[in-house]
Write a protein that binds this ligand. Structure first.
Ligand code: F3S
Length: 409
């Protein structure tokens, strides 16, 4: 691989052992993928920083990097961490919480200060920017909606890229790496939650290939985010070319030589949705919104809906003794306006959780008996990671159900 003079010096350890290690890994991975050179990035995003995900081994790696002089060379954000708050009075073990706090402290020393799975809310990349991102929903959003360029990196690779401000130039960074290979035509859908199930189905059909998706209409960015997060749940692809959404979709379509095509009909999708309907039992319920994390506009909209519902529903304390509603977003959106609405919603057990992710937090250990969410990604992960039964419904239904009870579904 060709390296500039500066990159040679990084590799030779002139800027510390942490950066030299990062260079060794990036060059090795890049060469394995046929990259001829490295490329400068404007934003790295690291995934897997929850102690439940990376455990002691991950903590030690980050610790080593800090102690070998590691510091990021570009704007860097990271995925949310495990929930540190309680759920109806239950918290995670103190030891686990302390290890998570140590990870955050170390990441801070590396120069990371933003924790969200929607880094495009914190620093929206421009068209054509090169990134090294490692969160599936964010990677799909950056490539498919914003026209930026990032492979779907593993957490450590994104961290190494952050340390040297570069990544290997291969895959999605190249024009040829963005051309779709699979064609998906979709019959019109009736309900927003079906879009998320559609995402899961599309992900299963395409595996790690790039698909051109035609026939889908999104009424809002929120729907688009939920759809893409579902695609990233069942597939490894880094990009979709979506008709009318992806910049350059026409030229990418015209360059495509489709190897396979699928038509997704409404009946097929209904069949697929039926497979996922699960019965949720009684008990302590967690209602979850914000997977992926909400933008400021989405947060205000959701809180507005909750407040207006709360105004119309009498507060019966025994109704809310066994359920909480969590809304997940970034700390930077916790404004005075948000706090004011929240103070009114407190007695309905509504919380805004910032910088963390309930889904990777082992909800079973918080004694959650069931989850209701508007995100198919959350539904899928919660059932798998925490083995807590979960159901999905669209946002307005979820809010009604939270205030009025599951039997009104
Ligand atoms: Fe974000 Fe956690 Fe969902 S990282 S996309 S809230 S699983």
């Amino acid at each position: 691989m060709y390296l500039s003079r500066y990159e040679e010096r990084l590799l030779n350890g002139e800027f510390g052992e942490a950066k030299a290690l990062a260079m060794r890994v990036l060059v090795r991975v890049g060469e394995a993928l046929g990259a001829q050179e490295l490329i400068e990035i404007s934003h790295a995003h690291i995934s897997g920083i929850s102690y439940f995900n990376i455990g002691d081994a991950g903590l030690e790696l980050i610790n080593d990097l800090v102690h070998h002089g590691g510091h990021v060379e570009t704007f860097t954000s990271a995925n949310p961490y495990m929930v540190l708050e309680d759920f109806l009075g239950f918290k995670h073990d103190e030891e686990v919480i302390n290890k998570q706090l140590t990870i955050l402290k170390l990441l801070n020393s590396l120069g990371i200060a933003f924790y969200t799975c929607a880094p495009y809310n914190v620093r929206p990349p421009k068209y054509g920017e090169h990134l090294a991102w490692a969160e599936s929903n964010a990677v799909l959003y950056a490539n498919s909606v914003l026209g930026a360029r990032t492979n779907k990196e593993g957490g450590p690779i994104a961290l190494f890229a952050a340390l040297v401000g570069r990544t290997y130039k291969a895959g999605i960074h190249l024009d040829d790496g963005r051309v779709p290979e699979v064609l998906i035509n979709v019959e019109s859908l009736k309900n927003p939650i079906e879009l998320s199930f559609l995402g899961l189905l599309v992900g299963e059909l395409i595996g790690n290939r790039i698909a051109y998706v035609g026939g889908v209409r999104f009424r809002s960015i929120s729907e688009l985010k939920l759809f893409l997060s579902s695609v990233g749940t069942s597939s490894n692809t880094a990009m979709l070319v979506i008709e009318g959404i992806t910049p350059d979709s026409n030229s990418l379509y015209s360059r495509a030589d489709f190897k396979e095509s699928f038509k997704v009909t409404y009946t097929e999708l209904q069949e697929y949705v039926r497979k996922f309907k699960k019965l949720v039992r009684d008990g302590r319920g967690l209602y979850l919104i914000g997977c992926p994390h909400l933008s400021y506009g989405e947060l205000i909209e959701v809180l507005g809906k909750l407040a207006s519902k709360a105004d119309r529903v009498p507060h019966l304390s025994n109704v809310f003794k066994d359920r909480e509603l969590w809304v997940m977003t970034s700390k930077m959106f916790l404004t005075h306006e948000v706090k004011e609405v929240l103070s009114k919603l407190l007695r309905y057990n509504v919380k805004v959780l910032t910088d963390c992710c309930a889904v990777v937090s082992r909800l079973d250990k918080l004694r959650v008996d069931y989850v209701v969410t508007n995100s198919i990604k959350a539904l899928s992960y919660v059932s798998r990671l925490s083995r807590v039964p979960a159901i999905a419904m669209e946002l307005d239904d979820l809010i009604n159900t939270y205030f009025l009870g599951l039997d009104v579904r």
